[in-house]
Design a protein around this ligand. Structure first.
Ligand code: URA
Length: 233
Protein backbone atom coordinates (compact mmCIF):
# COMPACT_ATOMS: atom_id res chain seq x y z
CA UNK A 1 0.00 0.00 0.00
CA UNK A 2 1.12 3.57 -0.54
CA UNK A 3 -0.28 7.05 -0.11
CA UNK A 4 -2.28 8.22 -3.12
CA UNK A 5 -0.24 11.42 -3.57
CA UNK A 6 3.01 9.44 -3.48
CA UNK A 7 1.60 6.93 -5.96
CA UNK A 8 0.55 9.71 -8.36
CA UNK A 9 3.88 11.49 -8.19
CA UNK A 10 5.72 8.19 -8.69
CA UNK A 11 3.62 7.70 -11.83
CA UNK A 12 5.02 10.99 -13.16
CA UNK A 13 1.83 13.00 -12.75
CA UNK A 14 3.32 15.92 -10.79
CA UNK A 15 5.13 16.69 -7.55
CA UNK A 16 3.51 15.32 -4.40
CA UNK A 17 2.10 18.68 -3.33
CA UNK A 18 0.65 19.35 -6.78
CA UNK A 19 -0.93 15.87 -6.66
CA UNK A 20 -2.67 16.83 -3.42
CA UNK A 21 -4.25 19.73 -5.32
CA UNK A 22 -5.44 17.39 -8.10
CA UNK A 23 -6.97 15.09 -5.47
CA UNK A 24 -8.75 17.99 -3.71
CA UNK A 25 -10.07 19.20 -7.06
CA UNK A 26 -11.80 15.82 -7.56
CA UNK A 27 -9.75 14.94 -10.63
CA UNK A 28 -8.52 11.59 -9.29
CA UNK A 29 -10.46 8.33 -9.16
CA UNK A 30 -9.53 5.05 -7.50
CA UNK A 31 -11.46 2.04 -8.78
CA UNK A 32 -13.79 4.41 -10.62
CA UNK A 33 -14.68 6.49 -7.55
CA UNK A 34 -13.60 10.08 -7.02
CA UNK A 35 -11.32 10.38 -4.00
CA UNK A 36 -11.05 13.90 -2.59
CA UNK A 37 -9.69 13.27 0.90
CA UNK A 38 -5.95 13.54 1.32
CA UNK A 39 -4.06 10.75 3.04
CA UNK A 40 -5.90 7.85 1.38
CA UNK A 41 -3.76 4.80 0.60
CA UNK A 42 -3.93 2.68 -2.54
CA UNK A 43 -2.72 -0.76 -3.46
CA UNK A 44 -0.17 0.08 -6.13
CA UNK A 45 -0.36 -3.43 -7.60
CA UNK A 46 -4.14 -3.71 -7.87
CA UNK A 47 -5.95 -0.37 -7.81
CA UNK A 48 -6.90 1.34 -11.05
CA UNK A 49 -6.07 5.02 -10.56
CA UNK A 50 -7.09 7.68 -13.09
CA UNK A 51 -6.37 11.39 -13.43
CA UNK A 52 -8.90 13.28 -15.54
CA UNK A 53 -10.21 9.90 -16.64
CA UNK A 54 -6.86 8.65 -17.87
CA UNK A 55 -5.18 5.69 -16.15
CA UNK A 56 -1.79 6.32 -14.62
CA UNK A 57 0.74 3.60 -13.89
CA UNK A 58 4.09 3.27 -12.19
CA UNK A 59 6.91 3.61 -14.71
CA UNK A 60 9.56 0.95 -15.18
CA UNK A 61 12.14 3.58 -15.64
CA UNK A 62 12.97 6.88 -13.94
CA UNK A 63 13.91 9.75 -16.23
CA UNK A 64 15.76 12.95 -15.31
CA UNK A 65 16.34 15.70 -17.86
CA UNK A 66 17.80 19.20 -17.78
CA UNK A 67 16.12 21.73 -20.04
CA UNK A 68 17.29 25.20 -21.01
CA UNK A 69 13.89 26.85 -21.06
CA UNK A 70 13.65 29.75 -23.50
CA UNK A 71 11.58 32.89 -22.84
CA UNK A 72 8.03 32.62 -24.11
CA UNK A 73 7.22 29.10 -22.90
CA UNK A 74 4.87 28.25 -20.03
CA UNK A 75 5.89 25.68 -17.42
CA UNK A 76 2.71 23.66 -17.50
CA UNK A 77 1.40 20.60 -19.29
CA UNK A 78 -1.47 22.56 -20.82
CA UNK A 79 -1.60 26.35 -20.91
CA UNK A 80 -5.02 27.92 -20.37
CA UNK A 81 -4.14 30.74 -22.75
CA UNK A 82 -3.01 28.30 -25.45
CA UNK A 83 0.60 29.48 -25.29
CA UNK A 84 3.57 27.28 -26.11
CA UNK A 85 4.68 25.08 -23.20
CA UNK A 86 8.02 23.54 -22.29
CA UNK A 87 6.56 20.14 -23.20
CA UNK A 88 6.51 21.28 -26.83
CA UNK A 89 10.31 21.14 -26.55
CA UNK A 90 10.65 17.69 -25.01
CA UNK A 91 10.49 14.32 -26.68
CA UNK A 92 9.88 11.54 -24.20
CA UNK A 93 8.10 8.20 -24.32
CA UNK A 94 7.24 8.49 -20.65
CA UNK A 95 5.12 11.10 -18.96
CA UNK A 96 7.29 13.77 -17.29
CA UNK A 97 6.63 16.84 -15.18
CA UNK A 98 8.66 19.94 -14.41
CA UNK A 99 10.41 20.29 -11.06
CA UNK A 100 9.35 23.72 -9.83
CA UNK A 101 8.59 26.48 -12.27
CA UNK A 102 10.08 29.33 -14.20
CA UNK A 103 7.92 32.26 -15.28
CA UNK A 104 6.85 32.57 -18.90
CA UNK A 105 9.50 35.27 -19.48
CA UNK A 106 12.27 33.62 -17.47
CA UNK A 107 14.81 31.41 -19.16
CA UNK A 108 17.33 28.83 -18.04
CA UNK A 109 17.72 25.62 -16.12
CA UNK A 110 14.74 23.48 -15.16
CA UNK A 111 14.54 19.74 -14.47
CA UNK A 112 11.96 17.36 -15.89
CA UNK A 113 11.36 13.97 -14.33
CA UNK A 114 8.86 11.26 -13.48
CA UNK A 115 10.38 10.79 -10.00
CA UNK A 116 8.12 12.49 -7.49
CA UNK A 117 10.54 11.97 -4.60
CA UNK A 118 13.30 13.72 -6.49
CA UNK A 119 10.98 16.64 -7.28
CA UNK A 120 10.03 16.87 -3.64
CA UNK A 121 13.68 17.01 -2.55
CA UNK A 122 14.35 19.95 -4.83
CA UNK A 123 11.19 22.00 -4.35
CA UNK A 124 10.44 21.55 -0.66
CA UNK A 125 11.60 24.69 1.19
CA UNK A 126 12.92 22.64 4.13
CA UNK A 127 15.77 21.27 1.99
CA UNK A 128 17.05 24.76 1.12
CA UNK A 129 18.35 23.86 -2.33
CA UNK A 130 20.12 26.89 -3.80
CA UNK A 131 18.95 28.35 -7.09
CA UNK A 132 21.22 30.83 -8.82
CA UNK A 133 19.92 33.42 -11.28
CA UNK A 134 21.67 35.83 -13.57
CA UNK A 135 19.64 39.01 -13.42
CA UNK A 136 20.02 41.82 -15.95
CA UNK A 137 18.41 45.10 -14.93
CA UNK A 138 18.06 48.47 -16.60
CA UNK A 139 20.57 51.08 -15.45
CA UNK A 140 22.82 50.98 -12.43
CA UNK A 141 22.39 49.72 -8.88
CA UNK A 142 23.76 51.22 -5.66
CA UNK A 143 25.63 49.22 -3.05
CA UNK A 144 22.91 50.25 -0.57
CA UNK A 145 20.22 48.72 -2.83
CA UNK A 146 22.21 45.48 -3.05
CA UNK A 147 22.36 45.49 0.76
CA UNK A 148 18.56 45.71 0.89
CA UNK A 149 18.22 42.69 -1.44
CA UNK A 150 20.68 40.74 0.71
CA UNK A 151 18.86 41.47 3.97
CA UNK A 152 15.47 40.59 2.48
CA UNK A 153 13.26 43.26 0.95
CA UNK A 154 10.04 44.18 2.74
CA UNK A 155 6.99 43.69 0.55
CA UNK A 156 3.62 44.89 1.89
CA UNK A 157 5.03 44.78 5.40
CA UNK A 158 6.39 41.24 5.07
CA UNK A 159 10.11 40.55 4.83
CA UNK A 160 11.08 38.28 1.95
CA UNK A 161 13.88 35.72 2.42
CA UNK A 162 17.50 36.85 2.36
CA UNK A 163 19.44 36.40 -0.86
CA UNK A 164 23.10 36.18 -1.82
CA UNK A 165 23.64 38.99 -4.31
CA UNK A 166 26.79 39.78 -6.28
CA UNK A 167 27.43 42.59 -8.73
CA UNK A 168 28.82 41.15 -11.98
CA UNK A 169 29.06 43.97 -14.52
CA UNK A 170 27.73 47.27 -15.86
CA UNK A 171 28.01 48.00 -19.59
CA UNK A 172 26.88 51.64 -19.54
CA UNK A 173 23.25 50.60 -20.03
CA UNK A 174 22.41 47.48 -18.03
CA UNK A 175 23.71 45.87 -14.85
CA UNK A 176 24.23 42.14 -14.39
CA UNK A 177 23.96 40.52 -10.99
CA UNK A 178 24.11 37.02 -9.56
CA UNK A 179 21.27 36.28 -7.16
CA UNK A 180 21.09 33.07 -5.10
CA UNK A 181 17.95 32.08 -3.21
CA UNK A 182 17.14 28.84 -1.44
CA UNK A 183 13.38 29.04 -1.33
CA UNK A 184 11.11 29.15 -4.31
CA UNK A 185 8.37 31.65 -3.62
CA UNK A 186 6.25 32.60 -6.60
CA UNK A 187 8.05 35.22 -8.74
CA UNK A 188 10.48 35.74 -5.92
CA UNK A 189 13.33 37.35 -7.84
CA UNK A 190 11.04 39.62 -9.88
CA UNK A 191 9.27 40.75 -6.72
CA UNK A 192 12.60 41.51 -5.00
CA UNK A 193 13.62 43.85 -7.81
CA UNK A 194 10.12 45.36 -8.05
CA UNK A 195 10.45 46.32 -4.40
CA UNK A 196 13.59 48.35 -5.06
CA UNK A 197 12.13 49.88 -8.22
CA UNK A 198 14.39 48.12 -10.73
CA UNK A 199 13.26 46.76 -14.08
CA UNK A 200 14.45 43.28 -15.01
CA UNK A 201 15.30 42.91 -18.69
CA UNK A 202 16.49 39.31 -18.49
CA UNK A 203 16.11 36.66 -15.82
CA UNK A 204 17.97 33.42 -16.31
CA UNK A 205 18.46 30.49 -13.93
CA UNK A 206 21.96 29.12 -14.24
CA UNK A 207 22.24 26.67 -11.33
CA UNK A 208 20.13 24.40 -9.10
CA UNK A 209 22.10 22.95 -6.17
CA UNK A 210 25.45 22.05 -7.69
CA UNK A 211 24.00 21.42 -11.17
CA UNK A 212 24.80 24.10 -13.72
CA UNK A 213 23.09 25.04 -16.96
CA UNK A 214 26.53 24.96 -18.60
CA UNK A 215 26.59 25.08 -22.38
CA UNK A 216 23.13 23.58 -22.95
CA UNK A 217 21.55 25.49 -25.87
CA UNK A 218 18.21 27.29 -25.55
CA UNK A 219 15.27 24.92 -26.00
CA UNK A 220 17.42 21.80 -25.69
CA UNK A 221 17.29 18.95 -23.17
CA UNK A 222 19.99 16.65 -21.90
CA UNK A 223 19.81 13.67 -19.51
CA UNK A 224 21.19 14.43 -16.06
CA UNK A 225 24.28 12.43 -15.12
CA UNK A 226 24.13 9.91 -12.26
CA UNK A 227 26.40 12.22 -10.30
CA UNK A 228 24.06 15.18 -10.79
CA UNK A 229 21.05 13.13 -9.66
CA UNK A 230 22.93 11.74 -6.64
CA UNK A 231 24.04 15.20 -5.58
CA UNK A 232 20.51 15.88 -4.25
CA UNK A 233 20.13 12.64 -2.30
N1 URA B 1 11.99 34.12 -9.61
C1 URA B 1 11.19 34.75 -10.47
O1 URA B 1 10.79 35.87 -10.24
N2 URA B 1 10.85 34.12 -11.60
C2 URA B 1 11.28 32.90 -11.92
O2 URA B 1 10.93 32.38 -12.98
C3 URA B 1 12.11 32.24 -11.01
C4 URA B 1 12.45 32.88 -9.85
Amino acid sequence: MMRLNKFLSSCGVASRRKCDELISQGRVTVGGKVVQELGVSVNEKKDVVCVDGERVMLPNELVYLKLNKPKGYACTAKDEKGRKTIFDLVKSDVRLFNVGRLDYDTEGLIFLTNDGNFANLITHPKFHIEKEYQVTIEGEIKESEIAVLRAGVVENGVRMPKAKVKFLSYDGKNTKLSVVIDEGQNRQVRRMFDCIGKTIVLLKRIRIGSVRLGGLSRGKTKPMTAEEIESFK
